[in-house]
Write a protein that binds this ligand. Structure first.
Ligand code: SME
Length: 165
């Protein structure tokens, strides 16, 4: 299962690839209720599925500081530890509770550059079963304009299935 699971063995089209991934993630997470385990699994499988994903991970709403995000499970180079709501792409997605796609991070005012190789990014809010914001998923690419509506739809579906439970 997971051994054969890689960008090379998955369908080439994004929508098909997200579709296969959705089923794989559901199978791996079945019966696991721990949220950290679920986030770590989603980050790992996403990062393994797309060669263009350079940094893939979660910023979690801090229980002690509810207007601040703190880094959670991720795959990639060192990320910043904390991001205030409203700051950077992650803070904007958290404050607005909406997916944000940035085609060119250098043109985004207030972008937080954790790694200067990042050129484009998508940040998707993560909700629990009651509709409460629990985190955002941040995916960065070294390619400009790497993300589109297919990524938004695919990632939103995976996050809904994995956390709105
Ligand atoms: N670029 C993000 C910060 C997180 S890192 O890239 C891992 C932002 O502007 O919110």
């Amino acid at each position: 299962m997971a051994e054969a699971f890689s960008a090379q063995t998955l369908p080439a089209g994004k929508a098909d690839r997200y579709g296969v991934l959705l089923g794989e993630i559901a199978a791996v997470l079945e019966g696991e209720t721990n949220r950290v385990a679920r986030m770590a699994t989603v980050a790992s499988l996403l990062a393994a599925s797309f060669d263009t994903f350079f940094w893939t991970g979660f910023y979690v709403v801090d229980r002690d500081k509810p207007d601040e995000l703190v880094v959670g499970p991720y795959q990639g180079t060192l990320g910043c530890l904390r991001i205030a709501f409203g700051r950077g792409v992650c803070g904007l997605a958290a404050a607005e509770r909406q997916t944000v796609i940035v085609a060119d991070v250098e043109a985004f005012p207030g972008h937080i550059a954790c790694d200067s190789r990042s050129r484009s990014e998508i940040v998707v809010p993560v909700f629990d079963g009651d509709g409460g914001l629990i985190a955002v998923l941040d995916v960065d690419s070294t390619e400009p304009a790497a993300f589109d509506e297919a990524d938004q739809a695919g990632l939103e579906a995976i996050l809904r299935q994995s956390f709105a439970i």
